[in-house]
Design a protein around this ligand. Sequence first.
Ligand code: NAG
Ligand code: NAG
Ligand code: NAG
Ligand code: NAG
Ligand code: NAG
Ligand code: NAG
Ligand code: NAG
Ligand code: NAG
Ligand code: NAG
Ligand code: NAG
Ligand code: NAG
Ligand code: NAG
Ligand code: CU
Length: 575
Amino acid sequence: MDATSTISMATLLLALFTLLALPGLSFASITRHYKFDIQRKNVTRLCHTRSIVTVNGKFPGPKIVAREGDRVIVKVINHIKNNVTIHWHGVRQIQTGWADGPAYITQCPIQRGQTYVYNFTIVGQRGTLLWHAHISWMRVTLYGAIIILPKRGVPYPFPKPYKEIPVIFGEWFNADPEAVIAQALQTGAGPNVSDAYTINGLPGPLYNCSKVDTFKLKVKPGKTYLLRMINAALNDELFFSIANHTLTVVEVDAIYTKPFNSDTILITPGQTTNVLLRTKPSFPGATFLMAARPYATGLGTFDNTTTAGLLEYKYTPSTPSNKNLPLSKPTLPSLNDTAFAANFTGKLRSLANAQFPANVPQTVDKRFYFTVGLGTSPCPKNQTCQGPNGTKFAASVNNISFALPSTALLQAHFLGQSKGVYTTDFPSNPPFPFNYTGTPPNNTFVTNGTKAVVLPFNASVELVMQDTSIQGNESHPLHLHGFNFFVVGQGFGNYDPSKDPAKFNLADPIERNTFGVPAGGWVAIRFQADNPGVWFMHCHLDVHTSWGLRMAWVVNDGPLPNQKLLPPPSDLPKC
Ligand SMILES: *[C@@H]1O[C@H](CO)[C@@H](O)[C@H](O)[C@H]1NC(C)=O
Ligand SMILES: *[C@@H]1O[C@H](CO)[C@@H](O)[C@H](O)[C@H]1NC(C)=O
Ligand SMILES: *[C@@H]1O[C@H](CO)[C@@H](O)[C@H](O)[C@H]1NC(C)=O
Ligand SMILES: *[C@@H]1O[C@H](CO)[C@@H](O)[C@H](O)[C@H]1NC(C)=O
Ligand SMILES: *[C@@H]1O[C@H](CO)[C@@H](O)[C@H](O)[C@H]1NC(C)=O
Ligand SMILES: *[C@@H]1O[C@H](CO)[C@@H](O)[C@H](O)[C@H]1NC(C)=O
Ligand SMILES: *[C@@H]1O[C@H](CO)[C@@H](O)[C@H](O)[C@H]1NC(C)=O
Ligand SMILES: *[C@@H]1O[C@H](CO)[C@@H](O)[C@H](O)[C@H]1NC(C)=O
Ligand SMILES: *[C@@H]1O[C@H](CO)[C@@H](O)[C@H](O)[C@H]1NC(C)=O
Ligand SMILES: *[C@@H]1O[C@H](CO)[C@@H](O)[C@H](O)[C@H]1NC(C)=O
Ligand SMILES: *[C@@H]1O[C@H](CO)[C@@H](O)[C@H](O)[C@H]1NC(C)=O
Ligand SMILES: *[C@@H]1O[C@H](CO)[C@@H](O)[C@H](O)[C@H]1NC(C)=O
Ligand SMILES: [Cu+2]
């Protein structure tokens, strides 16, 4: 080897080394391939065997692991009679709305025998998210974790955990959930509630015939564990606590937070929360219960049971046995503790530093005020209905109960064929004002329609969502697809546009994709409409979604090539 080639080789190696060391270069990212076979499996819980729908026969489903910047390709093959779609909850899907997944919004369902390949990259996100089915109530058993690691060589903004553990909450029905919701929609009554909550698919020791199905977290003393918590329950927000241990919240919805300590966390369906658990410095000689049960304030019945798991310190011969020591139980807030909920959510702040800035829109192009809540719809002529006063339960946004179309909105939008599929007259304000959190109006009937809001590319949006007291004040965890939003303000009673904006936090508000509109209150959010496509927004309590608490935003293309929705993949399912 002569001198020049040695030099050029060294330069090349140096250049290569520099490139590899720099995070964010596309060639450092990789493609992660997954295959999801949708198939039934007999599973027993609470001494009750049921044929449930699974991915690859696993319950909860397989976890997706990727690094920030990676491409994820999931081939979904549907082997069952039910239609299926999969949603990658919280993944931004920049320009790739075709891979988002809500049925009849971004795609037609994958029917029996069909295959669809979800193909997307993970841009500017790291943390915990979840995937779940997004059609009818199929997500009761079709869900799993999405774990997005930072780019190689980039540390967490908190001490490196000794171990990372997914903790996924779910809801178990002894009955077939598809039959439960079909019957409720037919009769107009509230659906039968679930029989148990689960931690990683296991109800735990507080239910009859369930001791064998208990999640056990075995830990060593003096270590820091990262619990990646996900609420995949169908209809219930949950309080969670571990006896005698404090949790440090460090990330929600794949956004780093300013760390804060709490003995109990509140997590709504669709939300994720990463917490650090520091174990006791020495073997404590006792086992600790971890438990979750709902936060609920509505008038309807709900599953008020408690799921539990065990935090077990590893026993070594040099430590005394803990066999006969009492089990420590956590104290959870009462089922209707709205003060705790407000206190907890009020503590969440984005990290908002130079490396992880909070890009809060400081000015607003478009303002919206949406009521969210329950209502009723008339009973069909020759039927008797079992909802309030012989009507049917319904739910709405600005009094519109969203009717799903029979083809996908995104296709209609892309092809310029919205006529007969959806209209663009979704109201920016409630149709008639009333004291939203006071005595409900006499007429609680909703109207229905398939209506969307159209936004120009990159509009900055401020949306105030107001709970209504119709059928009871209740927290509604609203989830926005395709974006994260900043929670700039929240309060109780009716939003006051003359006084409340002065109190908005535009510096370090929490950024996330799902937020519980306070029971009997309001929340103000802001987001930049920088992702072209059709984006669903809905309550993540599936019973409310089924009743119509859902709507869609259409974000038009921008002028540049990287501001346009890409063409649909060739295997996009047809209706
Ligand atoms: C589930 O159990 C039923 C009844 O025992 C049986 O007929 C069926 O084949 C089983 N299904 C699967 C997927 O194992
Ligand atoms: C995924 O999308 C990328 C970008 O459009 C494309 O190059 C690639 O071929 C796709 N892969 C599959 C398996 O569809
Ligand atoms: C757990 O907390 C309870 C109540 O504060 C206390 O009585 C008990 O001693 C604690 N147990 C352990 C092992 O720390
Ligand atoms: C849970 O609900 C059941 C049935 O509605 C009720 O009987 C029971 O008192 C409730 N338990 C709690 C702790 O609220
Ligand atoms: C919460 O429920 C308890 C009974 O479980 C009741 O006494 C109390 O009034 C309720 N609080 C609120 C704010 O509804
Ligand atoms: C709110 O949180 C603070 C600090 O953690 C605590 O001292 C206070 O008691 C909490 N208030 C309520 C109503 O839970
Ligand atoms: C009444 O309901 C039944 C089924 O529930 C339906 O077959 C029938 O057509 C309905 N009649 C009218 C007049 O709507
Ligand atoms: C049902 O109707 C009665 C009388 O028409 C009314 O007093 C009551 O408030 C209604 N209940 C609900 C839940 O709408
Ligand atoms: C709305 O109703 C609530 C509850 O009854 C009441 O406290 C409040 O004063 C009412 N607000 C207005 C503006 O009337
Ligand atoms: C509501 O109904 C009550 C009694 O049915 C009536 O007195 C009142 O005027 C009605 N209010 C409105 C706003 O229509
Ligand atoms: C929508 O409203 C119309 C009346 O405007 C009614 O006939 C129809 O049944 C409603 N559809 C649904 C799904 O509630
Ligand atoms: C599945 O979806 C297709 C397309 O929308 C629809 O025609 C069919 O009725 C659905 N099948 C079932 C079993 O729901
Ligand atoms: Cu809701």
